[in-house]
Structure formats: C-alpha cells, structure tokens
Ligand binder design. Structure first.
Ligand code: NAP
Length: 283
C-alpha cells in the first residue's frame, strides 16, 4: 500500500535493536491486510526512555513494542497497565488510546498460543524452565496461571532463580516450584517439557547449548525461545534424539500478532492466516 499523509507509525524501542525481526513481521501483516501503517525500529538509551515517550505522544504514535532492556522500566512512564502485564511484571506492547499510553504484555500469551497451535496441553504438566530473566519471568508466570503441575527453574545465578520462584509461589501456591543452578539439570530429568529462556545458543553463541539432552527421555517437548538462529544447537540435538521441538520464531510471530490485535482490535485468526509464508520470509 502506498504511504501517504495518513500513514501511521508503529515501532519497536530497545537497545540494541539491530537485526530485530519485528519490522518484517509487522510490515508483512500491514501489507497483507491493507493497513496504511509502517513499522520501524528506534534504538533508545535507557536515559532517554521518558523523553522518547513524551515525543511519541507529540507525534501521535499509535502503538509500539518494547524490548530489552526497557520492558520493566517503561511501566513507570505509562498512564495505565493492563492486568496481564502487571501480573507478568513487564510490558512489551503499548497502545495510544486518546493520548494515554496503555501497557500490555503479549509474550506470555504468544508462548501459550504457539503451544495451542500445536494442540499441546500443558495442564498438570511438569516444566523445566532454563533461565530467570525477563522472558523466563513472563513464561513461568503464564505457565503457572495456565495450571501446570510443577515448574523447575534452573538459572546460572541461583539467587535470581530463587527470586523468580518465590514471586510465582506468592501468586500461585497450588503450583509446585523447584529451583537450582543450571549445571544441576541432570537432577531434573523426569519432566514433560524443557523451555530454554536463557540466551545460550543465541547468535553469535551458536555452538552452545544450555543442557545436554542425551540424559532425558525422548518423549519430552523441547521449546527454545531463542530465534536467532531459527534452529539452535539445542533444537538440532532434540531433533536428532526424536524429541518434539518448537522454535522461538513461533512465539515471536504470535506475540507480534497479539500486539496487532491490541492495536487494531482484530481477531488474529482473521488478521493473518499464512504463518508459514511469513516464517519463510524470516528464515
Ligand atoms: P535476559 O532478561 O537478559 O535473561 C537472560 C537469561 O540468560 C538469564 O537467565 C541469564 O542468567 C541467562 N544467561 C545469559 N548468559 C548465560 C550464560 N553464558 N550461561 C548461563 N546462563 C546465561 O533476557 P530475556 O529477555 O529473558 O531473553 C532471553 C532470550 O529469549 C533471548 O535470546 C531473547 O532473544 C529470547 N526471547 C525470545 C522471545 C520470542 O518471542 N521468541 C521473546 C523474548 C525473548 P543469569 O541470571 O545468571 O544472568
């Protein structure tokens, strides 16, 4: 669609934002749905976060995404935060409603949607979460909310894993929680699914894997939320062992679609049908 005086700007703010796939995802959806908007990236230093939001209001930016390292800090500059984002403790999507910025979080829901797309049921399941950073926080909390049986959080820095586990326990005392360091993974082999939420295996660290899968049964599901590269060393290993694998790109596309749902009030199944075509574009 031709851009004109009426074109709306949507964007991603983060630091760094190099090689982000978000512009490709959102501009593809805009084109596919004849939406007169464009999606761009802005590298914003943490000290400039508030003034960036003030400028966005002046410019009338309709919506934007937020990534590392601003997902938590931005919450103090927003006019309103919806319940899910407050629950997950981070905002990744903002919508301008009549000049007021409202914060949402689509990471947890995007993760769950990618499981639903494959008919994977996580209720009463035991999940091994690797990492305790921002993404782990959203995914672990969402899994607890969805009704898993047990969450085991393994993190290089034990204190951070413990902090996350106790935060989840405070909100969901019906979910069993365990916590340990990452190198003790071999003590937790009796699980249904592994979710890698560390940055291990992410470009340029592509020859690393957070755990050695050879000790696990091959009936587990291995989900690596890292999407650069699309197929990480962990996923290659899982495929070789005959395990079911899910790529981080699935979550990325779904959280993007859910952001568009928030901005435009669309149902995402109507908004966009050919996820495979978009995936090919991103790979
Ligand atoms: P983050 O907040 O910086 O957390 C990083 C995590 O990785 C921490 O648990 C950290 O452990 C661990 N870690 C980093 N380097 C490590 C190493 N050398 N050895 C062991 N552990 C290490 O990052 P995030 O926002 O959670 O993102 C994590 C990954 O998820 C990134 O690759 C990101 O691109 C991806 N992601 C994907 C999606 C998606 O839609 N697919 C969405 C969000 C994020 P410590 O606590 O010990 O430092």
């Amino acid at each position: 669609m031709t851009k004109d005086w009426n074109t709306n700007i949507y964007c991603l703010i983060g630091d760094p934002i190099e090689k982000s796939l978000s512009p490709k995802i959102h501009n593809y959806i805009f084109e596919a749905n004849n939406i007169n908007s464009v999606y761009v990236c802005f590298n914003i230093n943490a000290k400039d976060l508030k003034s960036t939001l003030d400028s966005f209001k002046i410019l009338g930016i309709e919506g934007f995404n937020v990534t590392i390292p601003h997902k938590i800090k931005i919450m103090s500059y927003l006019d309103e935060i919806d319940d899910e984002a407050r629950y997950l403790g981070a905002v990744n999507t903002v919508k301008n409603v009549g000049g007021r910025f409202i914060g949402y979080n689509t990471d947890g829901l995007g993760f769950i949607k990618s499981l639903e797309d494959r008919n994977i049921d996580i209720i009463n399941k035991d999940i091994l979460i690797l990492g305790a950073g921002g993404a782990s926080h959203a995914i672990s909390t969402k899994l607890a909310l969805e009704g898993v049986n047990k969450i085991i959080i393994l993190n290089r820095t034990l204190s951070k894993g413990k902090k996350l586990a106790s935060e989840i326990h405070e909100k969901f005392d019906n979910v069993k929680l365990e916590c340990d360091t990452l190198d003790n993974f071999y003590k937790y082999l009796d699980i249904d699914m592994i979710v890698n939420c560390t940055t291990i295996g992410m470009y340029p660290d592509i020859d690393s894997s957070p755990v050695d899968l050879s000790m696990f049964n091959n009936d587990i599901i291995v989900y690596d939320i890292v999407y650069k590269p699309i197929k990480t060393k962990l996923l290659h290993m899982a495929e070789r062992m005959g395990m079911e694998t899910i790529e981080g790109i699935d979550m990325l596309i779904n959280q993007g679609l859910l952001s568009q749902k928030i901005w435009f009030n669309y149902e995402i199944d109507n908004l966009f049908k050919d996820v495979d075509e978009l995936k090919k574009l991103l790979i």
